[in-house]
Design a protein around this ligand. Structure first.
Ligand code: TXA
Ligand code: MG
Length: 360
């Protein structure tokens, strides 16, 4: 696609500069691409009813046209122009979790351009909570189609620096409001089927969803390690760093022992190794790899305390990008506890590892 000059504007997270927001809104209405922060990750936005602008999203990301986008609106009233026959379960989920990190898949209205939904008869809708996203949606006055603002299959961006690394010269404006809050994308619940099905684990944990819709189910695609592409956008290779990544799962002692022996083997072969793990594992591992780390052969990235999966969610994508920046040849990893946001973190780890999740 034709390169453009990317402007980057910093704003205060809680009180974004009105002139910046007004300019961004004008650009969206005029068919330009505007990157904005949400509470999950940065989004690459375009006017959802402008099919030409939406086509530019796919070109900028290098995203296949078979992968549908999420449409962002300022509140549940915005559903009317996008969706039809909204079931009671969807209304209940919207009432409880919007604004917030939840996306609902609903029957689409014919007016929504087919390019937004990859030709599907359904549309994904989300009401973000981030004050900058909200200010932008209010000022734009139109629904905004926005995937995560990364090049296709790269880790999602949680800072404006991540966005610029992938999309400088490919988007018109980036609004920088610092790091995002949650760090993994929204939970996607398909409400076109009964009972509703979770298509992607994300910012709203499953057990919290089930408080509102007790019969909600998890799609096989969210849990099955060996499934390739079964739902739109659920490619197994996703969020992938450049280096080949392998994740180990098991008791902490067994995982640490495996990380240590793997690290030694890779260093012995002359490779530079990235270790991505909860800080508990890294501390246990430190004496084993200290010498190699001192020589720069081992680079560690912490996912925070094992029993704080929300901390892992916040830093995961940044850690993957950091290890790429360090040009490690291979990454070995372990993950946090699986409760709460842990399910979403493990889903991203599994995809970053292209399914290489090895029990030890
Ligand atoms: O947190 C988020 O959801 C972020 C921020 C920017 O809002 N957005 C995001 O978008 O993660 P993206 O494009 O990276 O992921 C969108 C995914 C698609 O890959 C697909 O799996 C699902 O949403 N999706 C979109 N429309 C769908 C539909 N009609 N039916 C089923 N899944 C759909
Ligand atoms: Mg994405």
């Amino acid at each position: 696609m034709a390169p453009c000059v990317t402007i980057c504007r910093s704003v205060d997270r809680a009180h974004p500069d009105r002139a910046v927001i007004a300019d961004a809104a004008r650009r969206l209405r005029a068919g330009e691409l505007v990157v904005f922060p949400t509470e999950t990750v940065y989004g690459l936005g375009a006017h959802a009813f402008d099919a030409v602008a939406v086509a530019r999203i796919f070109a900028a990301k290098g995203r296949p046209s078979t992968d549908p986008l999420i449409v962002h609106v300022v509140d549940a009233d915005g559903l009317g122009q996008l969706a039809r026959d909204v079931p009671a379960a969807a209304h209940a989920l919207a009432a409880r979790f919007w604004p917030g990190p939840l996306t609902l898949v609903l029957h689409k209205r014919p007016e929504v351009p087919g390019i937004v939904t990859a030709g599907l008869d359904s549309v994904a809708v989300r009401v973000p909570a981030h004050p900058v996203a909200r200010a932008l949606l209010v000022a734009a006055g139109v629904p905004v189609a926005a995937p995560s603002a990364n090049r296709f299959s790269r880790p999602s961006p949680t800072t404006a620096a991540h966005v610029l690394k992938d999309l400088d010269g490919l988007v018109d404006l980036v609004i920088d409001a610092g790091p995002t809050d949650i760090g993994v994308e929204s939970t996607i619940v398909d409400c076109t089927v009964r009972p509703p099905v979770v298509r992607r684990a994300g910012g709203v944990p499953f057990d919290v969803l089930a408080e509102v819709v007790p019969d909600v189910r998890v799609a096989d695609t969210v849990t099955d390690v060996h499934e390739a592409q079964v739902a739109p956008g659920q490619l197994l290779r996703h969020y992938a760093p450049d280096a080949r990544l392998t994740v180990y799962t098991g008791t902490p002692a067994a995982v640490v022992a495996r990380l240590a022996s793997d690290a030694r083997a890779h260093v012995g072969r002359g490779s530079r190794v990235g270790v991505l793990a909860p800080e508990d594992d890294l501390m246990a591992l430190a004496p084993e790899v200290a010498a190699a780390a001192a020589r720069g052969r081992v680079v560690v990235a912490s996912l925070g305390p094992r029993h704080d999966p929300a901390a892992a969610a916040r830093v995961l994508f940044g850690a993957l990008r950091m290890l790429d920046g360090e040009r490690v040849d291979v990454i070995i990893a372990s993950g946090p506890a699986r409760h709460g946001l842990g399910a979403a973190v493990w889903d991203r780890l599994r995809r970053a590892a292209e399914g290489r999740v090895i029990p030890v």
